[in-house]
Design a protein around this ligand. Sequence first.
Ligand SMILES: C[S@@+](CC[C@H](N)C(=O)[O-])C[C@H]1O[C@@H](n2cnc3c(N)ncnc32)[C@H](O)[C@@H]1O
Length: 217
Amino acid sequence: MADIGSDHAYLPCFLMKNGHILFAIAGEVAKGPFQSAERNVSTQGLSANIAVRLGDGLDVINPDEVDCITIAGMGGSLITEILERGKEKLHSVKRLVLQPNINAIVIRKWFLENSWELVAEEIIEEDGKIYEILVAERGNPKRPYGQNLEADLLFGPYLVRFQPEAFKKKWTAEKKNWLRIYNMLEQASETEETIEKKQELLTKIRLAEEVLSDEDS
Ligand SMILES: C[S@@+](CC[C@H](N)C(=O)[O-])C[C@H]1O[C@@H](n2cnc3c(N)ncnc32)[C@H](O)[C@@H]1O
């Protein structure tokens, strides 16, 4: 596997030590984190199986070298930019495991447009932070989606069905925040921009109300 934006290379080290993988690349674009990864891999005696490489996105991967890519701890837009720019490196890749800090919707849309089927989603809370994880494999990109594509793309087709505790917590807080911004914009002088922003917020607030109340009923 290749872990892109690996920082300390904690994930490849964990996977290797627990026997989940045979070989990993820990890719980093920044010198400091790259050096931390090198140090960590070496002190754990994993240098023979984990290659730490300095480079931008998927540039650190040679063709056909890995069948799984993980990218965690960045925004959804940056993650999709990395995948889009490195498309030719994805030929041998069977699985993507992505953990966007924000904007998971951008990744779900990218999957739809690029023939990746979202096969699983997780949402977990740890130390007061909520993490969303998306797993995709090659397949039918439309399969996970139901009637309400807009809601499924925003909230996640699997997560919206099962609504774990962290899901309810995240979207209840987001809805509250959208409402707060909406009310602030109501006070501001009206421009084309504020009208558009209010409409966008209102759509999201209504979608959140719909899916969260679905679960309550
Ligand atoms: C917040 S850290 C996340 C580290 C780790 N993946 C995690 O989830 O804990 C994001 C890391 O991605 C790296 N990064 C950002 N853009 C990158 C790119 N285009 N290619 C490789 N690494 C990148 C940053 O240098 C940083 O170390």
